[in-house]
Design a protein around this ligand. Structure first.
Ligand code: GLA
Length: 687
């Protein structure tokens, strides 16, 4: 188990470093991410290199038994770079420059930035590649975090090259973008610009490509640095830190290039759905590399500084949130940052070692968490515990949220709503792309899968006909990979498997209130033109956004709309195949509706929760033989647990958990032992 933090010793006089290492040992820290923002200190001017201080820090850490995840330091170019090479600066959609003075002020596609960053990486790698303290490489930092899109001239040139490579001929580009409409036909690739500020909406197919391009440019920066590290002889794992469901970067395309997935997660202590939302994030990153533990690379020990209001964590919540990561596949627990800053933008951000010192609750919790984690010993491999998968696809996210649609969809909110109905029941879920739907899963949910690639359609068809249970809709299978309608109407690729014909979108008046939480899809009540009524297994529910007009060609109509524009017509359908079945829901159900449908599908498929009868506020997750049981609520909760307590070795049984209490339980997998999960975790391993 890795335990540690970002370490920014360049903020402190050298005398502090010995104290840092002593305290790190006290806290059980065994690794730090070093030098993430140290470019200006390493290279104070062009051609001038100062590695002396970094040599001393690394040696000090090594002598203290602390391993180093060494950064390539490219995330924040020094002032001299911006002053000498203004062409490295990114631009907003009006063409205005983002200026230096903060961080991440580089155009990812700028060849000059990449040359300067490359030289830095090469120098760092050559110097430290064989240092025994260096056990990992941290490339850049949170690629794209602050700068979601760059519209600079560097982006313009790179975009034209990227399009030329993708399409080969400008005729192919014109066809893919449908440029015969609105006089957008291009005569040459050099006539294309990034989607800078325009009088009205940009061509949606071009927007989709610009998003792909943006993700690819960030990935290219990562890959360029990775190549340099490898060329220098690096054998340590190489990665960068993800940010869970981060819209600009299609992490599913990035994941194969990471030796290990590292993720940063900062649940908002005040958000009512923080537990669900962070569980989704952890399941998402676990699913990017099945069978390989991931690393929680940054979290906060207490408050952050970057929300409008920044309350701290409840006592014990640090351990509870950490346990959520471990149960969902993490083998490393790290923080931003080791010692709280005394200057700069993040001086109010919590750290492992608070500015107020060691006589603080934060420090005590940090130390006790370190002890606890090290006692856990080796953990089973994650990644084969979920029988349910939720499809969450970046290209669909980009396309379905484009403008000029019959209604606005917040794709992440929709995904979270469906995920929540599984999560609160204690059902393990993988978060996958449509192409990954296969026999590992008894149930696959694909809500609002507006953009469906051909391979995804083929996989879902196969899945539903060969033994799985698929639920999709509404507003699914509407466009192809270019954001164009398919010939023959809508739901053309899945319609036969679903046994339905799709006639009309049936947009409702709206829009309903937006947000990430349950309220996003909250029902408003009878007679409201924004919603329609439907009754699901006796549960009154409301549909939002759409009441689609569909025809059941061969499917069974499970539920019809009770009112609204399509009253009496199918709202939920089911098509059985010889093996497998496909369900379609023709509206965006409210929380009660989603819950009722999920309950029904779990009954139909026989999928069980990790633990039965979990009380409200308690979260369970399985990772091979390890079951984490966490009371996130503010009241004590009691439940029956089989197995033994990993930390004490005692049998469990009826167990009361205080608020924020965590139990790590050893409960062998009953029916099908997981192939990936040897029972490495035994009470003996703890002693
Ligand atoms: C991100 C960054 C860190 C730090 C934290 C603060 O995760 O990677 O450098 O700014 O946010 O929460």
């Amino acid at each position: 188990m890795l335990y540690g933090a970002d370490y920014n010793p360049d903020q402190w006089p050298e005398e502090v470093w010995d104290d840092d290492v002593r305290r790190m040992n006290e806290a059980g820290v065994n690794i730090v991410s070093l030098g993430i923002f140290a470019w200006s200190r390493i290279q104070p001017a062009e051609g001038v290199w100062d590695f002396g201080w970094l040599d001393r820090v690394i040696d000090t850490l090594h002598a203290g038994g602390i391993r180093v995840n060494l950064a390539t330091a490219t995330a924040s170019p020094p002032p001299w770079v911006s002053a000498t090479y203004p062409e490295t600066l990114p631009a907003d959609e009006t063409g205005a420059s983002y200026w230096p003075g903060s961080r991440q002020h580089f155009a990812p596609s700028s060849p000059v930035y990449r040359r300067l960053a490359g030289e830095l990486v090469r120098r760092i790698a050559e110097r430290y590649v064989d240092h025994p303290a260096v056990v990992m490489w941290h490339v850049g930092n949170e690629f794209g975090c602050h700068l979601w899109m760059d519209y600079s001239d560097a982006a313009r040139d790179a975009y034209r090259r990227w399009l030329r490579e993708k399409y080969g001929t400008v005729a192919a580009l014109n066809a893919a973008w449908g440029t015969n409409f609105w006089s957008q036909r291009y005569g040459a690739f050099d006539e294309v610009f990034p989607p800078r500020l325009a009088p009205y909406s940009h061509n949606p197919s071009s927007m989709l490509d610009f998003r792909r391009f943006t993700s690819d440019m960030l990935l290219e920066c990562y890959l360029a640095e990775r190549e340099i590290l490898l060329a220098t002889g690096a054998t340590q794992p190489i990665t960068t830190n993800f940010m869970g469901p981060f819209k600009p970067a299609d992490y599913r395309r990035w994941a194969p290039h990471m030796d290990v997935i590292a993720d940063d997660c900062y649940p908002d202590p005040a958000h009512p759905t923080r537990v669900r939302d962070s569980a989704f994030q952890r399941d998402l990153v676990r699913s990017l590399k099945p069978g390989v533990p991931w690393l929680l690379w940054e979290q906060a020990t207490d408050a952050v500084n970057w929300r409008p209001a920044n309350p701290g964590k409840a006592p014990g919540a640090l351990a509870a949130e950490t346990a959520q990561s471990i149960g969902r596949g993490a083998d490393g627990i790290m923080f931003f940052q080791w010692r709280q800053s005394r200057a700069g933008s993040e001086k109010f951000h919590s750290a492992m070692l608070p500015h107020a010192g060691t006589q603080t609750r934060t420090w005590q919790e940090v130390v006790s968490l370190g002890e606890r984690l090290h006692r856990l010993g080796e953990l089973p491999a994650p990644g084969s515990d979920a029988r349910v998968a939720l499809i969450f696809d970046w290209e669909n996210w980009w396309a379905v949220e484009e403008r000029d649609h019959p209604f606005d969809v917040e794709y992440l909110a929709v995904a979270l709503e469906w995920y929540g109905a599984l999560h609160h029941r204690g059902v393990m879920v993988d978060i996958i792309g449509p192409e990954e739907a296969d026999a590992r899963y008894d149930l696959v949910l694909a809500p609002a899968l507006y953009l469906l690639r051909d391979d995804g359609a083929a996989a879902l068809n196969r899945y539903a006909r060969e033994g799985g249970t698929l639920l999709t809709g509404p507003f699914s299978d509407i466009v192809d990979q270019h954001d164009q309608f398919c010939d023959g109407g809508f739901v053309t690729r899945l319609g036969e498997a679903l046994g339905i014909r799709y006639e009309d979108f049936g947009a409702l008046a709206g829009p309903p209130a937006s947000g990430m939480g349950v309220g996003a899809l909250g029902a408003t009540g009878a007679g409201d033109p924004q919603t329609v009524a439907l009754t699901l297994d006796g549960v009154p529910a409301r549909g939002t956004l759409v009441a689609e007009a569909i025809h059941a060609t061969t499917a069974e109509v499970v539920v019809a709309f009770d009112d609204g524009p399509n009253a009496g017509r199918p709202a939920l359908t089911r098509q059985r195949h010889r093996a497998g079945e496909a369900w379609y829901v023709a509206t965006m159900p409210d929380a009660a509706g989603v819950d009722a449908i999920v309950a029904r599908l779990l009954r139909e498929t026989g999928v069980r929760p990790v633990v039965d009868d979990v009380p409200d506020g308690v979260e369970v997750a399985r990772r091979g033989s390890l079951v984490t049981v966490i009371n996130h609520g503010d009241k004590p909760a009691t439940l029956d647990l089989a197995g033994t307590d990993v930390e004490s070795g005692h049998p469990l049984g009826r167990t009361e958990l205080a608020p924020q209490q965590v139990v790590f339980a050893l409960i062998p997998v009953a029916e099908a032992p997981s192939p990936a999960g040897p029972t490495a975790l035994t009470p003996a391993a703890v002693s």
